[in-house]
Design a protein around this ligand. Sequence first.
Ligand code: CTP
Length: 491
Amino acid sequence: MTIKIEHLNLKDHKVALDNPIFKLVAEAASEMGLDCYVIGGFVRDYLLARGIPKDIDIVAVGSGIALAEKVALKFQGRPRVSVFKNFGTAMIRHKGLELEFVGARKESYQRDSRKPIVENGTLEDDQKRRDFTINTMAISLNATDYGNLIDPFDGQNDLKNKLIRTPLDPNITYSDDPLRMMRAIRFATQLEFEIHIESLKSIANNKDRIKIISGERIVDELHKILECDKPSVGFSLLHKTGLLPYILPELVALEGIEEIEGQRHKDNFWHTLEVVDNIAKTTDNLWLRWAALLHDIGKAPTKKFHKKIGWTFHGHEFVGSKMVYKLFKRLHMPLNEKMKFVQKMVLMSSRPVILSEDFITDSAVRRLVFDAGDHVDDLMTLCEADITTKNPKKQKKYKHNFKVVRQKIEEVEARDHVRNFQPPISGEEIMKAFDLEPSKNIGIIKEAIKEAILEGEIPNEHEAAFALMLKKGSELGLLPKTDKYRTSSKN
Ligand code: CTP
């Protein structure tokens, strides 16, 4: 869900600390004689008046791990402290909250890795090394100034002006941690903020550094962009800054309109972004949104011009679904049922369209439902989002056609139940009826029954299927075992 500013909570920051756990953290820090602050996303989202966030980052001027261990002793039930020694951080899960503790750091990064060389620092050193001014703000948990907002980079003003700006020279901030280039774009999309012009230029200059970021972390940001109300904002920014070719070259390949002998095709990159925005209005299913993003990727490698018919993209759905696998693998995305779902959507993405352009027959609808199974609604949602024509008449016509397809799907499904097709006659029953060992003929008979049901030649019922089995068996030269036949037809 996209975060939008309703009003800013810029006045009483103590309210952010209403939860009694903050008093316990403050108590533990004071007993240890160290200062500590709530910082980062918690403060930003509180100021954005989005309620009190569940993720809480605490920075200690001293050891964050030691503070976490002390705090855990004060919490009811003494929750476990997960320590990440390499990062110098510790985490406690308590009453639905996730508290992350870190020591204030002054950091310099090695050029070829995200791993920083860590040195202890002051609060301001720590704030300086963070990504954006809106993420640098801290609220004090110390007795002397409990609840005060510490904002040395004027993050409040950037919140008011809806601006993503780095606290240091953007070249330093981005080159220190290139993932931040994607974070800038993601926050701009989520919050509907602008990225400061110097930052944008710097992202374009440092784009090459995205190569050192792991696929998993890039995908986390892509997921967050896709989950926004208007994902196209993020993808346009990825495109504009030149990051997209490093991340999703398959999409970049869709850009452009070619014209030969006065025949043009649409720009499938910008079309795709429209489809993603459309689908974001109708579903929160992240993987369906991925399918919308990738539904046309097979069009670049299959594009051809024919003198008589113009531009074609024959088989792009099949090629595209194969490309989904390679893309998921490259980005270290899960190669599981989520990927299979995206592949299936891409593969079937033109089926309802072809269907709606023609006279809609029951058998074509039955086949669609049979092939799409439980995902038939998702497929229809994708196809509806794919309507991007600016011609109001055509827009109306296509929408109407899909409405008719949806109605037909319901009618056919209510009558024929082919959504999760279970053959009305099992292989065992066929074997029993003809006294057969497992063999090819059983498959042939089963296929003939399935085809007859999908074509509407017989209803999806046992009796009709049994009769067809006998007929098909005799065509194959099989003799029914009459006695057994009688027993099985009674069953
Ligand atoms: N941070 C940073 N550079 C990064 C990641 C994080 O400077 N590459 C800092 C920011 O100050 C950020 C804080 O660490 O606010 C916490 O990071 P994280 O939990 O990843 O993000 P949030 O800002 O909390 O936002 P979200 O939960 O939406 O990712």
